[in-house]
Design a protein around this ligand. Structure first.
Ligand code: PLP
Length: 384
């Protein structure tokens, strides 16, 4: 840090120069992110409440109530309006909290997860001293339930299933896993960080999607992130539990707080109230109808990509998209070579296990897809 400060105009000039290197969602070039440009209303509300701290709840009792109502709206989408939970820093924190609760409730140390689980499950296991074993997935990308059954032992605390995998947006057979969890009396966590704000609306739009939420009696906790398809500014993750009992292992008393002693249940102490307020405001503003329209549009574009891909020689879908995530693979052409050429043309796409992943987020428009498909065709022609 310099001894003397700089005037604000100069600071802003330097900053804008440095940040020019960042990509923007509006450019349409970001096709591989599960985050998006926040909804302008959520952004406006978020910016107004930056000082609210849910880590000192006695000081911000109004914000506490807003968080409770935001959780109730999120929980009602997950078929259990009274499910307790919190707006947290993201899916990673939510997944850690779920496995922490499961470990201490059952006093067991093993977790069985789908091989396609997000890296945050590996992080959670490392942090919590859990033995993580992974069950293989089928060709379609869903976890193999028989393999999960075989991996359960006397020390198993939890099964982690996924509703909207990071790589392909696939939904595990959660009804069957729920039965399994009930029969072994273990915790079933559903990581719906991405899919949680897609699947309920897909259902309402008439898509055939399996049950994945608290409607299934074996589901003990759900991660669902408003900062992904919820279009709320980062950070806004969500964790929900079936019952209050599950919160006990996470409960810590903070005696020194200026709003009076309080219990905290999250990993972060100081916690942005603005996130919970923005979730509340955007859920109230858009309603189910608003989110349904967003999901419908993302699915229309997803289907356009799927049709176009099947028309390109040498390109094919990894599987029929379940939600707004598309995997594209190539015959006789190295995926890394295609990805590299796409990146050189500016496209920010992800590569996973031998395919390119496109996430059709709300910032992706038809014109971006048209341009992307044209570039992909040209690149594949060059590769002949
Ligand atoms: N779970 C799933 C299924 C995800 O796809 C992701 C991120 O993409 C996460 C968890 C982690 O979320 P975050 O990056 O908000 O911590």
């Amino acid at each position: 840090m310099d001894e003397r400060g700089m005037n604000q105009a100069e600071v802003l000039k330097q900053l804008s120069e440095k940040l020019k290197r960042d990509l923007t969602y509006t450019s349409g070039l970001i096709l591989g992110s599960m985050c998006t440009k926040p909804h302008p209303f959520a952004k406006e509300v978020f910016q107004k409440h930056l000082e609210k701290n849910l880590g000192d709840p006695g000081l911000f009792q109004g914000t506490v109530e807003v968080e409770r109502e935001a959780i109730c709206m999120l929980a009602s989408l997950m078929s259990k309006p009274d499910a307790p939970g919190f707006i947290v820093s993201g899916g990673s924190e939510a997944n850690i909290l779920a496995l922490w609760s499961a470990r201490d409730k059952l006093n067991k140390r093993q977790v069985v997860a789908s091989a396609s689980c997000h890296a945050s499950i590996d992080k959670a296991a490392a942090l919590l001293g859990l033995k993580l074993v992974k069950a293989p997935v089928t060709e379609e990308g869903e976890v193999d339930v028989d393999a999960v059954r075989r991996l359960i032992n006397d020390d198993t605390a939890a099964i982690v299933s996924i509703a909207g995998t990071t790589d392909l947006g696939v939904i595990d057979p959660i009804p069957e896993l729920s039965e399994l969890a009930l029969s072994y009396d273990i915790h079933l966590h559903v990581d719906a960080a991405f899919g949680g704000l897609v699947i309920p609306f897909l259902k309402e739009l008439g898509y055939k999607v399996p049950d994945f939420d608290f409607k299934l009696q074996g589901v003990a906790s759900i991660t669902v992130d408003p900062h992904k398809m919820g279009m709320v500014p980062i950070p806004a993750g969500g964790i929900l539990f079936r019952d209050e009992e599950s919160l006990k292992p996470l409960s810590f008393n903070l005696p020194y707080l200026s709003g009076g002693p309080a219990l905290q249940y999250t990993i972060t102490g100081t916690r942005p109230g603005a996130s919970a307020i923005a979730v509340w405001a955007l859920f109230k503003h858009l309603g189910r109808e608003g989110y349904r329209k967003v999901v419908a549009r993302c699915m229309e574009l997803t289907e356009i990509i799927a049709i176009e891909v099947e028309r390109i020689p040498k390109a094919r879908l990894v599987r029929k998209p379940v939600m707004n995530v598309v995997g594209i693979t190539f015959d006789g052409v190295k995926v890394e070579a295609v990805a590299e050429k796409l990146r050189r043309r500016g496209w920010a796409i992800s590569t996973v296990r031998g395919f390119i992943r496109i996430v059709v987020m709300p910032h992706v428009k038809l014109r971006h897809i048209t341009r992307f498909m044209r570039d992909l065709k040209e690149i594949l022609r060059e590769e002949v």
